[in-house]
Design a protein around this ligand. Structure first.
Ligand code: ATP
Length: 511
């Protein structure tokens, strides 16, 4: 199956099984805005909880925060978002479509990379076992030229972005003869910067002021640094974690929930003593990769992408990328942000945001190492990694969402074999016993086979079937989602079994 086909399947699965719906669908939807359905909200809540537990519950020196979406407008001036948070955009005059100019160029580079991949595949076939990838990449003339061209484009683009020379980006698009994917024409406007923040008005007694919907959750943490440090008597190094909605006017919203206008972030700012930031940067870089691996994501689908060009406030930055069906893309960023943010807020607010170190009797502005992950992208990662189609021995296929049991929307489905003779009553009793500790699904309709398939598709790790024997021996049939193995187990043992199999400890222990 091609990446594109796989991705289409995931999107339609999300809709069919109540994970994700387009926003306001009965009104034709709203571009790049999505709603989470009955199963989606459970999976999303569980992912958020796993992040929260790993950060806050597992670290003595990390605490949480829930700051407001609205903030004083000066916050965004201080953070640099008012002046600098923008994307270079270009319009095609024929299709009237707007594109991110840098993305058009990156897509062009992607096409060259695909040519390299093709050459490699051909050579692999030709040379068989003797094929040496490194040697091929450095000696094959065509491939060497392709690589040189990618690097040259990179350099021109980076220099233009750094210097804010938008006309040079336009020239590069012209030179590479990039055409609009819709109209096929090269009839482009100039490149212009568009700010990504949404603004709105707040009415107060002394008039109106312009407010922004936060484009990231991090600033709520910075402005509360002293409040938390003082009220919690926190000693450096310590962290503040927060999850919440962020809003960006992404003009080119693509790829389902990968790039949304309203999305959710999970960010943790770790405040450290200047000079120790590289130690903590490398600690969090490793810790976050381990966290993704603990969820069962395969190593070959995860990689680091070090930032070669650093933002002006950062002294080190890396992304954790996942191999989505459309290629490796960022899921999470780990950034060493120096004292830029606290420094700027001190400057703009006129308030000291410093830490008093009792050991050295000195005040200093802490440095910050942040980890920042998009909850929606993580959700998409889980879908791409765990939604599999299997062919069974009888030739039928089944679709299974093999997420970690702790994350599954429902932990157990309670299924009376038939809708009569006391079986539903017995099943309801089991449901009522388990529901306090586990999210249970109850269903009486359809054949048991169909009911199993539906539970597989939404990722329920265990099904419990109550049959006529159950009335006699107080046992049920327990079915495993992944192996489809079935076994009889006493009803009185069910709670202990589920507690053992669905354990936060097992998952958190791996991080
Ligand atoms: P990108 O380069 O993909 O636009 P970014 O570098 O701007 O992302 P950050 O500002 O570092 O992203 O935000 C941290 C995380 O928030 C990202 O790693 C991503 O998971 C998530 N994120 C950012 N923008 C969006 C969006 N528009 N929709 C969904 N998730 C997003």
């Amino acid at each position: 199956m091609s990446g594109e086909e796989q991705f289409k399947k995931i999107i339609s699965h999300c809709k069919e099984y109540g994970f994700i719906f387009p926003s306001s669908e009965i009104y034709e939807g709203l571009a790049a805005v999505y709603d989470y359905g009955q199963n989606g909200v459970e999976l999303k809540n569980n992912l958020r909880l796993f992040w929260w537990k790993s950060m806050v519950q597992m670290h003595q020196n990390i605490v949480g925060l829930d700051s407001a979406i609205f903030m004083h407008p000066k916050v965004w001036k201080a953070s640099g978002h008012v002046d600098g948070f923008s994307d270079p955009m270009i319009d095609n005059k024929d299709s009237k479509k707007r594109y991110r100019a840098d993305v058009l160029i990156e897509d062009y580079q992607g096409k060259i990379t695909a040519k390299i991949d093709k050459e490699v595949a051909k050579a692999k076939e030709r040379f068989g076992e003797k094929f040496n990838l490194d040697e091929f990449l450095t000696t094959n003339e065509r491939v060497v030229n392709y690589t040189k061209e990618i690097t040259r484009i990179d350099e021109v683009l980076k220099a233009a972005l750094e210097m804010g020379e938008l006309s040079k980006i336009k020239s590069l698009i012209e030179e590479l003869e990039i055409v609009c994917p819709i109209s096929g024409s090269k009839n482009w406007t100039e490149v212009r910067q568009f700010n990504l923040m949404y603004s709105t008005q707040m009415t107060a007694t002394d008039g109106e002021s312009e407010l922004y919907l936060r484009p990231e959750t991090a600033q709520g943490i910075f402005v509360n640094f002293l409040n938390v440090q003082k009220s919690g008597r926190m000693k450096i190094p310590f962290g503040i974690a927060q999850t919440g909605k962020a809003f960006r006017n992404e003009i080119v919203a693509r790829q389902f929930i990968m790039r949304m206008k309203e999305f959710e972030q999970m960010e943790m700012q770790f405040f450290v003593k200047p000079g120790t930031e590289m130690h903590w940067y490398s600690y969090w870089k490793q810790n976050r990769m381990k966290w993704h691996q603990a969820l069962g994501t395969h190593d070959q689908n995860l990689k680091y992408h070090d930032h070669l060009k650093l933002a002006h406030y950062a002294n080190a930055a890396v992304d954790i990328e996942y191999k989505f069906p459309f290629g490796f893309k960022e899921v999470e960023g780990i950034h060493s942000r120096t004292d830029f943010d606290l420094g700027k807020h001190q400057e703009f607010s006129g308030k000291k945001l410093q830490y008093f170190d009792a050991e050295t009797n000195q005040n200093f502005t802490p440095y910050v190492v942040e980890t920042s992950i998009g909850l929606d992208r993580l959700f998409l990662l889980q879908m791409c990694e765990n939604l599999v189609e299997e062919t069974l021995e009888n030739g039928e296929t089944r679709t299974v969402l093999k997420v970690n049991p702790v994350l599954a929307p429902y932990k157990v489905a309670i299924l009376p074999l038939v809708k009569k003779d006391g079986l539903p009553e017995m099943a309801e009793k089991i449901y009522n016993d388990l529901k306090f500790d586990f999210n249970c699904f109850y269903e009486e309709k359809d054949t048991i086979g169909k009911r199993y398939r539906r539970q597989d598709a939404i990722g329920t790790p265990f099904c419990v079937t109550i049959d006529y024997d159950s009335l006699e021996d107080q046992s049920i049939t327990l079915r495993y989602r992944d192996s489809m193995e079935q076994k009889r187990i006493k009803i009185e043992e069910l709670h202990r079994f589920l507690s053992h199999e669905i354990s936060w400890k097992n998952l958190l222990d791996k991080v």
